[in-house]
Design a protein around this ligand. Sequence first.
Ligand SMILES: CC(C)(COP(=O)(O)OP(=O)(O)OC[C@H]1O[C@@H](n2cnc3c(N)ncnc32)[C@H](O)[C@@H]1OP(=O)(O)O)[C@@H](O)C(=O)NCCC(=O)NCCS
Length: 144
Amino acid sequence: MSETNLLKLNINDKNFSKIRDIRKNVFTDELGILESELFDEYDEICDHFIIFDGKHVVGAVRFVIVKPDIKLERMAILKEFRTKNHGKDCISQSREYYQSKNYSKMFLDSIYFVRNFYKKCGFIEEGEIFQRVGIDHIRMSLTL
Ligand SMILES: CC(C)(COP(=O)(O)OP(=O)(O)OC[C@H]1O[C@@H](n2cnc3c(N)ncnc32)[C@H](O)[C@@H]1OP(=O)(O)O)[C@@H](O)C(=O)NCCC(=O)NCCS
C-alpha cells in the first residue's frame, strides 16, 4: 500500500498552483463543474493540504473553520491514484490534526454518489438531499 503525506499550505504558497490544477482536472474536466465555482473567498483564509504519495502529488483538500467545527471541502484525488487509500488516509490524518486543535466535529457536503466513501471514513449522513452546482449533495458529519 502506498504512503499518504499531507502538506499544509496557504493561497500564497508557490505550490498553490498544484491545487488549481487538481481542482480543474477533477471538478471541471471530470465532473463538469464550472471553473467559476472552483475558487471562492474562503480560499484566502482556510487550511489547504496537498496530498502526495512520496513521489507524486495525488490530490488536494481544504478545511474551512466553522467554530467549534471544521468543514472539509474540495476533496479530490486524481483519477490515476484512486482506490489506493489516499482519500481515507487523508481523512484519518486530518481528523487527528483537528482533534489535536480541539475541534469537536468535522462535517462536509458530500456529492450524493460519493457518500459511501465518506461512510467508510466514519461519517454519517444528516438531513435531506439538496442540490449544489447542479449535483445532488448530502451533509455528513464525524465526531472528533
Ligand atoms: C471520492 C475520492 C476522494 C475517494 O478517494 P480514494 O483515494 O480513491 O478513496 P480510498 O482509496 O481512500 O477509498 C476508501 C474506501 O472508500 C471506497 N470508495 C472510494 N471511492 C468511492 C466512491 N466514489 N464511492 C463509494 N466508495 C468509494 C473504496 O473502495 C475504499 O473502500 P474499502 O475501505 O472498503 O477498501 C475520489 O474518488 C475522488 O477524488 N473523486 C472525485 C472527486 C469527488 O467526488 N470528491 C468528493 C467531493 S464531495
